[in-house]
Write a new protein. Structure first.
Length: 573
């Protein structure tokens, strides 16, 4: 029948009752199925995460991480207790006051300028003030007493760079039609560095403001690649614990979960089995250093490459520090890392990106680096393009919009002026100095009895620690600082290092002599304490105080406050 209206009323009521009953059953059943599905998906998600956590860290590692979390939690509560908090605040304030007096002193003869002059200064006035600022007391990098920091290629190169700055002071690569020379130089810088690191046909790259931006761009590219190609919405990255802090910064900026892998003694290289266990469907990037900053050790890049190929995950090799030294080791007659296994660069099939600082051992002006990719597709993932902006189509290759063309010109000038012969010669000087220090620590009677080189350094960095309790490595660092050296203190393990440059290489014999003197003094102090039969309280210097605190307490909030205070001090006018 077409219409229920012709049916008897009683029959219509029965049909409506049946319809309502079936509709109710359907609704209740649907809700039940939906509820069960949601619960199943939640349970699957938790189980999946738990599985990868247990597989990556192991049962013992997972329990250890849980214990560490609880320990930090209780220690944080302890630091917030009324009596303790007041003492902590007092100590932090005193430390920051000393830091301010050291970094931003009120120097006689130097006037503080916190507003624009009513009338612009004459050129002579500006030059006179610049001379005063350049003459402020500082660690004498010119005498080779600074680890890294200043990568000086010589006065003649500096003059050429100054000329390049003058010619391209107003240049901006965001306008290639206005400054075609800068576009040409930038492309050639990228091409030259690609060739140094054995990029395949189709390799690509971008210049950046420094190693941190190069690393940020490589991490962003990997994240975007995983999202576009695999729809990964919860990206994860695996790095050695010795990897540069820029990788941590990238994870914080770009919302990437970070896994750090131990680099155990005696080699201090990334532990490959731990990397393998941590790989999961959300992994977007593997990382290795060549070499790392703390210890100057080259990770097992061939092993990481094999993992990258097997699991189809990008591998980034951080060569920011090694740069033009590691690239020229073989040509300079020194062993080059993993030559028998394919090397450490694009010759390995798993390597998809490399960061290289041209402003380090390329001797370019500060503010220059290059991030390299195996192909243009990888590079395109770091691009920012806005096609529908009211100001027109906007596109930039990296973080910056406008960029200083003068820096690109200075970089191109440096590479062309040095040439292969110049870089081979600087490689000789730097590696010879590093080997001299390493050999002294291993073989000199005074040094070998108290100190120990970390791992097997192959490039420009030599790190060492103390192997006897009477010689505190941070006391050694402070005593060397008192003698005018500006070296780097490390933690986990407690150690120090020097990154050799051309100026530092010329001062290596003086460094060895001062290191011997300091170790002998520390031994003599310990012997005097033993002779007197009493423990004499040691006066802690800056390194000993800071890293003693950082290494002894689980909660790092105090160290964070000191670091924030340090950064604030930099902007005291």
């Amino acid at each position: 029948m077409a219409n229920n209206a012709v049916l008897p009323v009683a029959l219509q009521n029965k049909l409506m009752s049946a319809k309502n009953t079936s509709s109710g059953i359907f609704s209740a059943t649907s809700f039940k199925y939906l509820r069960n599905l949601i619960f199943f998906l939640f349970l699957f998600r938790v189980t999946r995460k738990s599985f990868y956590t247990l597989r990556g860290n192991g049962v013992v590692g997972t329990l250890r991480n849980g214990y560490a979390y609880i320990r930090i939690l209780f220690y944080s509560l302890f630091l917030r207790a009324p009596g303790v908090r007041g003492q902590v605040d007092k100590q932090v304030a005193e430390t920051l006051t000393k830091l301010e007096a050291k970094l931003a002193p009120q120097t006689p003869g130097l006037i503080r300028y916190t507003g624009l002059p009513k009338q612009g200064w004459s050129p002579d006035q500006v030059r006179a003030e610049l001379d005063k600022l350049a003459g402020m007391d500082h660690t004498k990098w010119e005498d080779g007493r600074v680890s890294g920091a200043v990568y000086h290629g010589g006065d003649e190169l500096l003059e050429l760079q100054t000329t390049a700055f003058g010619r391209f002071a107003v240049a901006n690569p965001i306008h290639p039609d206005v400054f075609p020379g800068v576009r040409k130089m930038e492309a050639e810088v990228v091409a030259m560095v690609l060739a140094l690191f054995n990029a395949p046909e189709g390799g690509a790259g971008v210049t950046t403001s420094g190693g941190t931006e190069s690393i940020l761009m490589a991490c962003l590219s990997a994240r975007q690649k995983a999202y576009v190609e695999r729809r990964v919405t919860e990206p994860e990255m695996i790095i050695p614990e010795t990897a540069h802090a820029a990788f941590n910064k990238a994870c914080q900026y770009f919302g990437i979960k970070l896994h750090t892998v131990p680099c155990p003694a005696p080699n201090y290289q990334v532990h490959i089995p731990s990397v393998r266990r941590l790989i999961n469907p959300n992994t977007v990037l593997l990382v290795g250093s060549a070499p790392n900053f703390p210890h100057g050790i080259v990770d097992e890049i061939p092993a990481l490459s094999r993992l990258a190929v097997k699991y189809k995950i990008p591998l980034h090799v951080d060569c920011c520090l090694g740069s033009f030294v590691i690239a020229f080791l073989k040509r300079a007659g020194y062993p080059s890392p993993y030559e028998d296994q394919g090397g450490f660069d694009f010759r390995l099939p798993g390597v998809t990106s490399i960061s290289v600082d041209t402003h380090k051992y390329g001797f370019a002006p500060k503010g220059n680096s290059v991030v390299l990719y195996r192909n243009r597709t990888m590079r395109a993932y770091q691009y920012f393009i806005l096609p529908n902006w009211s100001g027109g189509v906007y596109a930039s290759p990296s973080i910056a919009g406008s960029r200083p063309g003068a820096l690109i010109a200075g970089c191109w000038t440096s590479l062309m002026a040095m040439g292969e012969a110049g870089y081979i010669d600087s490689c000789h000087q730097i590696i010879a100095a590093a080997k001299t220090l390493e050999q002294a620590i291993r073989e000199h009677p005074t040094l070998s009895s108290a100190l120990q080189v970390l791992g097997q350094p192959m490039v420009s960095v030599v790190a060492w620690t103390s192997k006897v309790p009477e010689v505190d490595i941070y006391d050694v660092a402070d005593e060397l600082s008192a003698k005018g050296w500006h070296l780097n203190a490390l933690q986990s393990p407690a150690a120090m290092h020097v990154a050799f440059t051309v100026p530092t290489a010329a001062a290596v014999e003086k460094l060895v002599a001062d290191l011997v003197t300091v170790v002998e003094q520390e031994k003599a102090k310990a012997e005097e304490r033993r002779r007197q039969g009493q423990k004499v309280e040691r006066k802690k210097g800056d390194a000993a105080a800071l890293y003693g605190v950082a290494g002894s307490i689980p909660d790092k909030s105090i160290v964070n406050r000191l670091a924030e205070g340090f950064l604030d001090t930099l902007y005291l006018a």
